[in-house]
Design a protein around this ligand. Structure first.
Ligand SMILES: Nc1ncnc2c1ncn2[C@@H]1O[C@H](COP(=O)(O)OP(=O)(O)OP(=O)(O)O)[C@@H](O)[C@H]1O
Ligand SMILES: [Mg+2]
Length: 437
């Protein structure tokens, strides 16, 4: 990836796909790569825009990860410059991010109904202008869920020849892409074949790599070789499975620290029998040990997203925010399902703690365990909580959580959200009470 970045920094645009099964380390690899990078490259500030695709249950919102990345760029270092270029070269894109516009902004009637081709052209020109002097990394995650418009945009960008100090890093899971018949498959095939993109295929860890991972996690472990062989066998070398399994062994005191030294506390044969067969089994066992209140809270949070504010879950369950925080803190303390994330301030100035699922696989399992009726009910509650809770709730709901809207099922409940910009302000508020109680 460093080689790709060097080429990009020299003005030759690059696209790199990072592929592999769930939990193999795509996100971690890119994150670690970004962490090693200096703030400036060749004397210019290095910009990183990051956007995530989500499972939108159907066709989905166009350009979701691109808009997210643009929003981050517009708020990051050189944000003023990014916004200036958006205003100049990509007004249609700015229209999709109304929170970046001044409140008295007058909408240009000519822009309404502009063609998708113009969106594409605007984006390419904007990006090329920005990346003419500034090295830029666009990191798009989980493109197996990518919408068609985003894929077409990447295709167009990859085929342009103009100078751009741009590196696009795009991750996806090939198996999910095949099952979903996702457009990213064809894009990758064709771009790699024509040498317009590279692919970094992540492979399962071998026993040696699992050993290194365990040695780092358990310094001084007395039976490292036996443990390595056991964990490698059970996990097939999938890092997510390795991490979850070792957490499980610690939680069940099969591994423990005594006098500063880690030890295996039961005969290896016993552990072998006790080890769950799959990641799913481990998570199910963990859920069985959680209280009914904790499971209900986690299920509710699973509808909001991988990150969620305590206030949203509290509103959805009709609880006080501090009661939700207390329960989440208990879990996060042991990194059980959750870890602490950044605090979130709501429109009423209520500041609550933010949490994140340890890995999205936990959220997905909880989410998939919901009955369709409960899922729909929770989606509707989440939609209302988000719209009313966040300052930019209406827009956020439309842009960031379109799947919640889809699942809410009855768009008329939230109809003013869908008719932006003509009706920029509330309603739904009136409906919140009966639905939340
Ligand atoms: N090389 C590694 N060393 C240590 N831990 C790792 C390594 N690779 C991945 N992990 C850990 O394994 C877990 C899964 O990794 P990650 O989230 O990057 O997988 P992913 O491929 O992005 O999965 P998904 O397709 O579900 O998004 C994380 O907890 C991560 O920190
Ligand atoms: Mg990932």
């Amino acid at each position: 990836m460093q080689e790709r970045l060097d080429l990009a920094a020299a003005g030759q645009r690059q696209l790199c796909f990072v592929t592999g099964e769930p939990g193999i380390g795509k996100t971690r690899l890119v994150q670690e790569f970004l962490d090693t990078l200096p703030a400036r490259v060749n004397g210019a500030t290095l910009l990183v825009g990051w956007g995530q695709c989500i499972d939108q249950h159907g066709e989905g919102e166009a350009y979701l990860p691109i808009l997210e990345a643009l929003d981050r760029l517009a708020r990051g270092p050189m944000g003023d410059q990014v916004q200036k270029l958006l205003r100049r070269y990509a007004p249609l894109w700015l229209l999709q991010m109304p929170w970046l516009l001044p409140p008295d902004h007058v909408y240009d009637a000519e822009l309404v109904g502009s063609s998708p081709a113009r969106m594409l052209r605007e984006f390419c020109v904007f990006l090329e202008t920005l990346a003419a002097d500034t090295p830029l990394i666009l990191w798009l995650e989980d493109l197996h869920w990518g919408d068609k418009a985003t894929i077409d945009l990447l295709d167009a960008m990859a085929h342009r020849e103009d100078l751009a100090r741009l590196l696009v890093v795009a991750s996806y899971r090939p198996v999910d892409a095949a099952v979903l018949d996702a457009p990213v498959r064809q894009l990758k095939l064709s771009l790699v074949q024509h040498r317009r993109a590279a692919e970094l295929v992540l492979e399962l860890l071998d026993a040696e790599a699992v050993g290194e991972l365990l040695a780092a996690r358990f310094p001084g472990m007395s039976a490292l070789a036996e443990l390595t062989s056991l964990v490698h066998q059970a996990s097939d070398g999938n890092p997510l499975f390795v991490v979850t399994l070792t957490d499980y062994l610690v939680a069940h005191q099969l591994l423990s620290q005594q006098g500063g030294v880690w030890q295996v506390t039961a005969p290896i044969e016993t552990i072998l029998v006790e080890i769950p067969n799959s990641l799913k089994d481990i998570i199910e066992l963990q859920l069985q040990q959680a209280s009914a209140q904790e499971v209900s809270l986690l299920e509710t949070a699973s509808v909001v997203g991988t990150d969620f504010p305590a206030q949203a879950v509290a509103a959805m369950l009709g609880l006080e925010t501090d009661a939700v925080e207390l329960a989440c803190d208990r879990l996060a303390q042991h990194q059980q399902f959750l870890v602490l994330a950044n605090p979130v301030e709501w429109a009423d100035s209520n500041i609550g703690r933010g949490y994140q699922f340890v890995h999205d696989v936990y959220r997905r399992m909880l989410y998939n365990s919901l009955s369709p009726a409960r899922r729909q009910q929770l989606h509707r509650r989440a939609a209302i909580a988000i719209e009313l809770g966040y300052r930019d709730g209406r827009v956020r709901l439309q842009r960031i959580s379109p799947c919640i809207l889809n699942w809410a099922g009855n768009r008329s409940v939230l109809s003013p959200i869908c008719s932006w910009p003509q009706t920029r302000h509330t309603s739904g508020r009136r409906l919140a009470k009966p639905l939340l109680t």
